[in-house]
Design a protein around this ligand. Structure first.
Ligand code: SAH
Length: 213
């Protein structure tokens, strides 16, 4: 991280004080420079624990929420992970250090392309960012060991549940976009699905179909 030691300590302290305690997640978040994913006038706020605007009217999530979601996903080094909602690519870059392979999709071509370029500039080679409607999952690469959704749906989308391996975990915000949403952890078992409610969150909505740009 291209940060002075004091800001780096503060960044990690904020994460810990908001419940991010998993050592592997904290290590990954220390190694991935959030500043590389935020452009323009907000760049110098990259190390504050707040969501920030990115192009196409979207947002890069708050670091502590990224940490809590990553922690809840319980990724292991052999996992193939799908992220729905690539946005800036920040979350996918963190997953790249914890998983074997990461596919991340965004309905905005412009965001998908720029996130892929950022991966390349950082030398991250196990992430593929694609422009695609993630509400349908990514059937070509399914099944997935883990699925992370970073935009809010009213209910867990059926195609995503279907593309989750038995024993797999999906973490996603659910609820209407203009209300407080709940972050939930879905575990797919042999004969059914188990839901655990984690906390209240606020995400941009999961929208079906491709975006304009
Ligand atoms: N994870 C991102 C932040 C995501 S913001 C980061 O680390 O920066 C949510 C993203 O979900 C937006 O970029 C939005 O375009 C995308 N999105 C919304 N609906 C989608 C859909 N159906 N398929 C794919 N992406 C979607």
């Amino acid at each position: 991280m291209s940060l002075d030691p004091e800001r780096r300590m503060q960044f990690l302290f904020q994460l810990r004080s908001r419940g991010v305690t998993d050592a592997r997640v904290l290590d990954a978040m220390e190694r991935i420079d959030r500043g590389a994913f935020v452009r323009g006038i907000f760049a110098d706020r990259a190390y504050e624990d707040m969501p920030l605007p990115i192009p196409c009217g979207q947002t890069i999530s708050q670091p502590s929420v990224v940490g809590l979601m990553t922690q809840a996903l319980d990724v292991s080094p052999r996992d193939k992970v799908l992220e729905v909602g690539a946005g800036s690519g920040y979350q996918a870059a963190i997953l790249s250090l914890l998983a074997r392979r990461v596919y991340s999709v965004d309905r905005h071509r412009r965001l998908a392309q720029s996130a892929q370029e950022t991966m390349e500039s950082l030398g991250i080679s196990n992430v593929t960012v694609l422009a695609s409607d993630g509400s349908r999952g990514l059937p070509d690469q399914a099944p997935f060991d883990r699925i992370l959704v970073t935009a809010a749906a009213e209910d867990p989308p059926g195609p995503l549940l279907a593309q989750l391996r038995i024993g797999g975990i999906m973490v996603l915000p659910v609820g209407q976009s203009d209300h407080v949403q709940r972050l939930i952890k879905v575990t797919r078992g042999e004969d059914g699905v188990d839901y655990e409610e984690l906390r209240a969150v606020r995400f941009v909505p999961l929208i079906e179909g491709m975006g304009q740009e």
